[in-house]
Design a protein around this ligand. Structure first.
Ligand SMILES: *[C@@H]1O[C@H](CO)[C@@H](O)[C@H](O)[C@H]1NC(C)=O
Ligand SMILES: *[C@@H]1O[C@H](CO)[C@@H](O)[C@H](O)[C@H]1NC(C)=O
Ligand SMILES: *[C@@H]1O[C@H](CO)[C@@H](O)[C@H](O)[C@H]1NC(C)=O
Length: 461
């Protein structure tokens, strides 16, 4: 029932208004029928120690409802003439995660940052940071579920001792929605923080989300700071990672899909020093892997490839004159590796049951887990306590819808009360400040969350 709600939907799905699928009814009963519960996918002992390593759950409590019988177009058809801000998406298009949890997925490949910290060579460090920036969007692949719009004051924390970090995030603004996060190494190696400002874009027949914000990574022992922008993008466009100590940078170009999907998921870029000399080429696919290679080898390979292509085309033309072209040129699905390249990152495959669980990665599966003992230490504003997300995760869709409405109503009422008493909302863990590297306005962690003094937290659930 509000624009933000729409935004969080559009963040992952582009609604195409010329879809002509038919409407088959969106009753809660039909969702229930569609629920196929496979108890073999249930992960009971969610947290157990194995060789002293904490195991997190790798599955949700129940698989998702099938969305096959519902089409977005059918819902929009009912809304013709309505203001866009009046359209509510049925909860079945959500995924049982808050947007605060979704942005935490950035941490899945934090080992790349741990690797960067350990590398003595600055160009090698920049390569690892570039791989990290690309790997961050990998979890978005094929994820069409809309994360829940965070409530003002909602927080999320994630501590992963085995990966050496802890993170806290807070929804610091509701109009416009802004999420701020701060992650730090448990051994003082790095700080990683940012704030995400979603922006809606209207493109004729479709609506797209273009989240904005600055991401900052500080490698403390190397006294280096990197910043970049445009995360959770539509997966095309340019991302620049700047080393603020020297002005050296890495430019990564996420290619649009192109004709016949030839460029699908491709990312290509380079690292240049302050004299603008290219030190290395970085290439791959954000859905698969990233490689690096020296510019000479890369150019040589490109040239020989072109020659090869010309030859092949001539052969194909000849062949085409003789027989019917029944073998279409194959779409290249994997990355073609230039000789001499080094692998920077490769994606982990998703678990087999991912398809029935919102295409979540193993990491995403674990994010809303309420591990034994957590209840006593989490802030009461943590999204793991959101009753609507919890209900959806457990397949109770009616409860989820009802609870979501109740929470939104509660938030509206609280806002009204504040406006009457001219009490201003104050953020709890982040403050409005200036990013020291970019000079731009940013939301910076004010500290103290992990002291766990949770006085004066708002009652938002
Ligand atoms: C980044 O800045 C640091 C500090 O001046 C410098 O030592 C390093 O070479 C730079 N790194 C890259 C990858 O340009
Ligand atoms: C999961 O991915 C498949 C394609 O691999 C896609 O058809 C499906 O819509 C996705 N499901 C969700 C919930 O995003
Ligand atoms: C944050 O501070 C800047 C000035 O530094 C100001 O323009 C902006 O409105 C402030 N934002 C909020 C949400 O307080």
């Amino acid at each position: 029932s509000n624009l933000e709600d729409k935004f969080y939907y559009h963040i992952s799905v582009r609604i195409s208004l010329d879809s002509d699928e038919s409407y088959e009814g969106v009753s809660e009963a039909s969702f229930k029928d569609a629920l196929v519960f496979d108890s073999s996918q249930r992960d009971n002992g969610s947290v157990h120690q194995e060789n002293g390593i904490k195991k997190h759950r790798t599955s949700l409590p129940v698989p998702m409802f099938s969305r096959n019988t519902i089409s977005v177009w059918s819902i929009l058809k009912k809304c013709i003439g309505l203001e866009l801000s009046k359209i509510t998406m049925p909860i079945v298009f959500n995924e049982p995660l808050s947007f605060l949890q979704r942005i935490t997925e950035y941490m899945e490949h934090i080992y790349l940052i741990n690797r960067a910290c350990s590398l003595p060579d600055s160009i090698e460090r920049m390569k690892a940071v570039a791989a990290f920036a690309v790997s961050a969007v990998a979890s978005q692949w094929d994820r069409t579920g809309k994360p829940f719009n965070p409530l003002l004051g909602e927080t999320y924390e994630l501590t992963r001792e085995e990966h050496g970090f802890r993170l806290v995030s807070e929804q610091v603004s509701h109009h416009p929605p802004i999420s701020a996060f701060h992650a730090e190494s448990l051994v003082g190696d790095f700080v990683f923080h940012g704030s995400i400002y979603p922006k809606l874009k209207f493109w004729g027949k479709s609506v797209e989300a273009e989240p904005k914000g600055t991401i900052t990574l500080e490698l403390l022992k190397h006294n280096e700071a990197y910043t970049w922008s445009k995360l959770w993008i539509e997966q095309y466009g340019t991302v620049e990672i700047v080393n603020h100590s020297t002005g050296d940078k890495c430019v990564l170009n996420f290619k649009p899909c192109g004709m016949f999907g030839k460029e699908l998921h491709k990312v290509e870029g380079y690292i240049q020093d302050k004299s603008k000399k290219k030190c290395c080429i970085i290439y791959g696919k954000w859905t698969e892997c990233m490689w690096s290679v020296d510019p000479q080898s890369y150019e040589a390979h490109k040239k020989s490839e072109k020659k090869g292509e010309n030859r092949k085309q001539k052969q194909e033309q000849k062949a085409g004159q003789n027989d019917d072209a029944d073998d279409m040129p194959e779409v290249q699905e994997t990355v073609c590796v230039v000789p001499g390249s080094t692998l920077l990152w490769r994606i982990d495959s998703r678990p087999a049951h991912s398809a029935t669980m919102y295409n979540f990665t193993n990491f995403a599966m674990s994010l809303n887990e309420l591990e034994p003992g957590m209840e006593a230490i989490l802030a009461p504003t943590d999204c793991r306590f959101r009753p609507d997300i919890r209900a959806m995760e457990n397949g109770r869709m009616d409860d989820a819808s009802r609870e979501k409405e109740r929470l939104e109503e509660k938030q509206r009422a609280a806002r009204k009360d504040r406006s009457k008493s001219d009490k201003e909302w104050s953020t709890r863990w982040f403050g409005n400040g200036t990013n020291p590297y970019t000079g731009l306005q940013d939301w910076l962690y004010t500290g103290g969350y992990f002291d766990r003094h949770y006085q004066d937290l708002p009652d938002i659930y």
